[in-house]
Design a protein around this ligand. Sequence first.
Ligand SMILES: [Zn+2]
Length: 110
Amino acid sequence: MHELSVALGIVKAALKRVKRGRVVEVQVAIGELTHINAEQLRFAFEIASRGTALEGAELKTRIVEAELRCVRCRTRGKSFTCGRCGSAMEVLSGEELLLERLKVVEDAPR
Ligand SMILES: [Zn+2]
């Protein structure tokens, strides 16, 4: 399952940033071209975060639309071949997978 390795990557990256406290919310930007299923990613994240400072955190996802540009005539579109001149298209956005935001809380004093 592709999503599980992605989720493990998110957990690892988040733990690197969080030195103390507990993460209650994680926001990631997912490019359309990664074909990551947000629902499956949330499920995988729940498993991947167990026993870490991220356990129980809410995973929010923001889908980044794909945008490609023709290398020759600069026409923009969503396919990998230019609809106008048939040349190859380069990816401007849609391949990203970014950890955008973490909401951390200090553990309540007992
Ligand atoms: Zn073109």
